[in-house]
Design a protein around this ligand. Structure first.
Ligand code: HEC
Length: 105
């Protein structure tokens, strides 16, 4: 019994740690990919706030669409300013991870 509680405690601590480091990884990738030149998490800047993007696509199957748009660039979803192509700034895996992070905000 005692051991079981201890086990649960360790498990919870480990889960908390993983969730937090996933958040930190996402932010680090956004920094590495220069996304933060134009985006912030909370507020519209040159580009839309990451939280607004998360809210706009909540529950929709748009992961591939967003990855493509970030890589190739594009315009028209959020106003008149275009997003330039970001291909090459991150690997494909990193683009996927940063999109998952944005959508988790
Ligand atoms: C030079 C400025 C700039 C940079 C750098 C930039 N973005 Fe953007 N981003 C924009 C603008 C402007 C839009 C709005 C485009 C539109 O209205 O369709 C946008 C839109 C987006 C969207 C929403 C796309 C949609 O169709 O709704 C996502 C997701 C996104 N950016 C992620 C990123 C990520 C991740 C990076 C870094 C790899 C990045 N952006 C780098 C300016 C930028």
């Amino acid at each position: 019994m005692r051991n079981q509680s201890l086990f649960k405690l360790i498990l919870l601590a480990a889960l908390g740690f993983t969730a937090q480091s996933a958040l930190a990884d996402g932010a680090a990738l956004a920094e590495k990919g220069s996304c933060l030149m134009c985006h912030t998490i909370e507020k519209r800047n040159v580009g839309p706030a990451f939280k607004d993007i998360a809210a706009a696509y909540k529950g929709q199957d748009v992961e591939e669409k967003l990855i493509n748009k970030i890589k190739k660039g594009g315009r028209g979803s959020w106003g008149i300013l275009p997003m330039p192509a970001n291909e090459g700034k991150l690997t494909d895996d990193e683009f996927r991870e940063v999109v998952r992070w944005i959508r988790s905000l």
